[in-house]
Design a protein around this ligand. Structure first.
Ligand SMILES: Nc1nc2c(ncn2[C@@H]2O[C@H](COP(=O)(O)OP(=O)(O)O)[C@@H](O)[C@H]2O)c(=O)[nH]1
Ligand SMILES: [Mg+2]
Length: 313
């Protein structure tokens, strides 16, 4: 029977160092990539593809953090035919002014979701106990969702809360730490942890949110571009509205004065809407705005009713 890496779930092999699961010796419990990640916090230089199709066991808990919320990620959730629940993660990062209850109601409305939504944070034991209590009604479940949403971190916490054990599975800020399905047996509960899906824009900027999100409001000026390096820039047709940025501090947008890029798309943003850069950040527009948007390669966006600007009115 093949042996799997305890960090990422790949089948161990000793033939190709560039392929996932490589070990020099089959006594190893972690493949070379996971061993380096675990002990030296060393990120692999070459990308390894995660398994994308796998069997679903029992009910599904689908994990998304609020920067990954988009029509695209919700569609992935909606397409699951098994009984399913949505889990919103990293709630500790929400700005203080945002009410979690209202946010969940808002998400249900914007994305037309009828399934139960759980909101959790690895830092909030109460939220994890609520989730665990719900899971205990089923004997088997599969954790699915977006890469980096915190599936493996939450699984580790749940195993500790339930059985007092520390699972060896790895978590990291790198997307696709988990490369294959991993089966974990806790008392009276079997959980399948799976590799997550990613947006291409997310892979360009692996940001590791540790602190609460602090909204940054940027007044626009005539002739100025609002730029997030490596991702996008935009400018307003009338240049009088301000925009509010929600995202990692490291990505903070800048106002710059330079020639407008020629290859831009024209966008009409209705009042109280978000311009979402999938998987990375979003901009809140209070007033309706005509915008010119320039995106770097493989960055994708969508416009939606605002998630938490505007006090939900
Ligand atoms: N702030 C915060 N970070 C989290 C939380 N859960 C996970 N993370 C971080 O998110 C990153 C991805 O976690 P991981 O469990 O590997 O995600 P997975 O790809 O869904 O399995 C890691 O850097 C974790 O430390 C959370 O509740 N709050
Ligand atoms: Mg994982």
């Amino acid at each position: 029977m093949s042996k799997h890496c305890l960090g990422c779930g790949s089948v161990l092999q000793n033939e190709n160092p560039k392929q996932k699961g490589y070990v020099t010796n089959f006594d190893m419990t972690y493949c070379e990539r996971c061993f380096r990640l675990k002990h030296y916090h060393e990120f692999p230089t070459s990308h390894q593809d995660a398994t994308t199709s796998f069997e679903i066991h029992g009910v599904v808990y689908f994990f998304i953090d609020f920067f990954q919320l988009s029509t695209a990620s919700i569609q992935m959730f909606q397409q699951i035919s098994q009984e399913k629940f949505l889990v919103l993660t990293k709630m500790d990062l929400l700005p203080k002014s945002v009410s979690v209850k209202k946010l969940c109601e808002r998400i249900q409305k914007i994305y037309d979701i009828s399934a139960n939504i759980f909101s959790v944070s690895v830092k909030d034991e109460k939220s994890l106990r609520t989730l665990l209590h719900h899971m205990e009604k089923f004997s088997v479940c599969t954790f699915m969702g977006m890469a980096n949403a915190g599936k493996s971190s939450i699984l580790k916490k749940l195993a500790f809360l339930k059985d007092g054990i520390t699972l060896p599975t790895l978590v990291s800020e790198m997307p696709n730490t988990t490369l294959d399905v991993m089966k974990w047996k806790l008392s009276s509960l079997t959980i399948y942890d799976t590799p997550g899906k990613t947006f291409s824009s997310f892979q360009k900027t692996v940001s590791n949110y540790k602190k609460k999100i602090r909204p940054i409001t940027l007044p626009m000026k005539p002739g100025a571009l609002c730029e997030v390096e490596n991702l996008l820039c935009f400018w307003e047709e009338a240049s009088q509205n301000s925009v509010t940025f929600y995202g990692d501090e490291a990505l903070s947008p800048r106002r710059i004065y330079q020639n407008f890029p020629t290859k831009s798309v024209e966008l009409f943003i209705p009042a109280k809407s978000d311009l979402v850069i999938l998987g990375v950040c979003f901009f809140y527009f209070k007033k309706e705005t005509k915008l010119h948007l320039f995106l770097h390669d493989s960055v994708t966006y969508e416009v939606r009713p605002c998630l938490f600007g505007g006090n939900y009115d």
